[in-house]
Design a protein around this ligand. Structure first.
Ligand code: NAD
Length: 261
């Protein structure tokens, strides 16, 4: 156990994998892990987004590898883990951040909407947990962080299937924590509240006045704030590092107090 605060949060000499690392919370997580000293394997479907994240990671003095992967494919995620080991020798932290949303109410959902969100948000996280655990068990342990959502705890209009997939992520986090704990692998979640990224309806709103109104409504939480992706990334760093060595099976919820559970 480190008795030095900074060392307990340090990722110096460690190797991390971040899925969905080409944008938003995944990019911020890659950058913060690099600032803490980790080398970062960035995985995404968006090659331009990954290239920018690699630039930001390298700018911070860390090494980076970009791998184009569809997290819905078990074989591609397995190959990602092998490429990370081939390049950096080990994996200490794995962040399952890739996610998608198709905003629709229950009545309007069609099968393709369900299949797509389940494939990326649920299967993608499951394959990531499997691949990470396979490698980490050989190293004597590691930390897996699954990005969930407030939607996994609380109903909101128009995001029914997305919420279903995120509740499943919370359940998977607990199951993996139970099964992988004896191998020294901790598994935790981050359940972000509204965070300004390209995924959000606010980012897609073309009318600036309407955008401001939406942001004002989203700030109606006890802290009166919305999150920057870095707010989520700092929680990812805590869970990835030794600072959280006694924490497993938990989903930490940086959401300004919007939802307390
Ligand atoms: P984002 O759209 O900015 O980033 C998501 C990234 O995932 C993109 O780069 C995208 O290309 C990648 N991706 C999508 N499908 C993929 C696939 N099949 N394989 C590999 N990569 C894929 O969104 P974000 O807001 O940064 O979201 C990151 C995570 O945070 C998601 O899991 C999301 O559900 C969760 N989240 C976001 C918010 C928010 O308010 N932004 C709130 C709660 C939870």
């Amino acid at each position: 156990m480190h008795d030095d605060l900074v060392r307990s949060l340090s990722m110096e000499g460690r190797v991390s994998v971040v899925t969905g690392g080409g944008s938003g919370i995944g990019r911020a997580s890659a950058v913060v892990l690099a600032e803490a000293g980790a080398n970062v394997v960035v995985c995404d479907l968006d090659e331009g987004g990954m290239a920018e994240t690699v630039r930001l990671v390298e700018e911070r003095g860390a090494r980076a590898l970009a791998v184009r992967v569809d997290v819905a494919s078990r074989s591609e995620v397995d190959a990602l883990a092998d490429k990370a080991v081939e390049r950096f020798g080990r994996i200490d932290a794995w962040v399952n951040c890739a996610g998608v949303i198709i905003p629709k109410g229950v009545i309007d959902v069609i099968e393709a909407d369900v299949d797509f969100q389940v494939a990326v948000n649920m299967k993608g996280v499951l394959w990531g947990c499997q691949a990470a655990a396979r490698i980490m068990a050989r190293n004597g342990g590691g930390s897996i962080v699954n990005i969930s959502s407030t939607g996994g705890d609380q109903a909101s209009p128009g995001i029914s299937v997305y919420s279903m997939t995120k509740a499943a992520v919370n359940a998977l986090t607990r199951a993996c924590a139970l099964e992988f704990g004896p191998s020294g692998i901790r598994v935790n979640g981050v359940g972000p509240g509204f965070t300004l990224t390209p995924m959000t309806s606010v980012a897609r709103e073309p009318d600036p006045k309407r955008r401001e109104e939406m942001i004002a409504a989203l700030k109606k939480n006890p802290l009166g704030m919305i999150a920057d992706p870095r707010d989520q990334a700092l929680t990812v760093l805590y869970l990835a590092s030794d600072a959280s060595r006694f924490v497993t099976g938990q989903t930490v919820r940086p959401n300004g107090g919007a939802c307390m559970s």
